[in-house]
Write a protein that binds this ligand. Structure first.
Ligand code: ATP
Ligand code: MG
Length: 171
């Protein structure tokens, strides 16, 4: 069992490829309003959670929602792939702006697992090459993410580790 400690006054950034299980993990461990997802925001601005052309608007909205929540002291989790440094940097900046601690939680499953899950889905209209490309972007070290500004960094790098997690919110 891995105990993950997350500051109650905090922002949690999930990181992982499509199919790594971010939304499933969030639904298991966090409240429905605590989690703000890029899918939901794409849906709100484009009526289509897969419309990549709506990404700029969707992330503007996501950042706005996250900022409003943090301003009100609400524990907030970002459910998006967050695989680029710049995607993470804008979230770290939001946490700083609102004086809360940013945590990173990396869900890293073997490429084959993500591919199998992807192939079983009917809600993602793109090929498995995307997963291979994304997997290469998954941060592997705690150090680099800490350097980016994440205060707590957890790397869960197997299905078993992801399953055996206990989340404790700290004051
Ligand atoms: P995306 O970035 O595309 O939104 P995601 O990281 O949110 O992907 P999920 O939607 O949570 O991934 O999971 C992808 C698929 O894998 C879903 O069909 C889900 O039911 C399945 N899945 C997720 N976690 C597990 C798990 N621990 N064991 C078995 N299947 C899982
Ligand atoms: Mg998801």
């Amino acid at each position: 069992m891995t105990t993950i400690r997350l500051p109650m006054m905090g922002l949690v950034v999930l990181i992982g490829t499509t199919g790594s299980g971010k939304s499933t993990f969030a639904a298991t461990h966090f409240g429905p309003f605590e989690t703000v997802s890029s899918d939901y925001c794409r849906g709100l601005v484009a009526d289509d959670v897969n419309d990549q052309s709506a990404s700029t608007a969707a992330f503007d909205l996501l950042h706005h929602i996250v900022g409003v929540r943090l301003a009100r002291g609400r524990f907030t989790v970002v459910d998006a792939t967050n695989l680029t440094r710049s995607a993470r940097a804008s979230l770290i900046a939001l946490a700083k702006e609102h004086d809360v601690l940013p945590s990173a939680l990396v869900l890293d499953v073997p490429t084959q697992v993500a591919i199998q899950r992807h192939q079983a889905r009917t809600d993602r209209p793109f090929g498995v090459d995307v997963i291979r490309r994304q997997r290469a972007q998954v941060p592997r070290g705690v150090g680099a993410l800490r350097k980016e500004g994440f205060r707590n960094v957890y790397l869960l790098d197997s299905e078993q580790e992801i399953a055996d997690v206990e989340i404790v919110r700290t004051p």
